[in-house]
Ligand binder design. Structure first.
Ligand code: IMP
Ligand code: MG
Length: 174
């Protein structure tokens, strides 16, 4: 396996700052909850939260899909839920990457039942070619081609999350 930089640390820093400024403008009042989807979105959440120039609550959810081949079935399991009430709040789901869209479709439906004032999604990366389930995404860092990426929180079998850049994981050519 070899790693090729797709999006550099500097590009990420600049784009996250822009999204943070936009979110600051878009949410002038109300209670804003940033809900980070573990583990992949942890660095994005940390940088984005500090780029938002207003008070925001932070919480974490962990979700598991039953294996890659089963994600399209919509079988998603909540491993860690949030315990605060979301009623009347503005929720911003912070995700690392949207691929098929199955995970976020499930999650937004679940959170909508808790009667927030609004729900939006911020994702660092979007692979639009792979979409199976339509999701409205308010904030996208980068649209990327259908390649498997790691770094800045994203993993392959739990590895490479601490890379500073987003890299494509290429199988080595013999
Ligand atoms: P989906 O949108 O329901 O298909 O699932 C998105 C999830 O799949 C993300 O939160 C990641 O955990 C994982 N994923 C999708 N594409 C990649 C990738 O290129 N690298 C690492 N994880 C990925
Ligand atoms: Mg994820």
């Amino acid at each position: 396996m070899s790693l090729r930089i797709l999006i550099s640390e500097d590009q990420i820093t600049n784009r996250v700052r822009e999204i943070g400024e936009q979110i600051t403008v878009d949410y002038p009042d109300g209670t804003l909850y940033l809900i980070c989807i573990l583990k992949g979105a942890c660095f994005f959440l940390a940088d984005l939260a500090r780029a938002i120039k207003r008070d925001a609550f932070i919480d974490f959810m962990a979700i598991s899909s039953y294996g890659a081949e089963k994600t399209s079935s919509g079988e998603v399991r909540i491993i860690k839920d949030i315990d605060i009430s979301l009623e009347g709040a503005d929720i911003l789901i912070v995700e690392d990457i949207i691929d098929s869209g199955v995970t976020l479709t499930y999650l937004t439906n679940l959170l909508r039942q808790r009667r927030p004032r609004s729900i939006r999604i911020a994702t660092l990366l979007d692979k639009p070619e792979r979409r199976k389930s339509h999701v409205d995404v308010a904030y996208v860092g980068f649209k990327i081609p259908d390649e498997f990426v790691v770094g800045y929180g994203l993993d392959f079998a739990e590895r490479y999350r601490n890379l500073r850049d987003v890299c494509v994981l290429d199988p080595d050519v013999a």
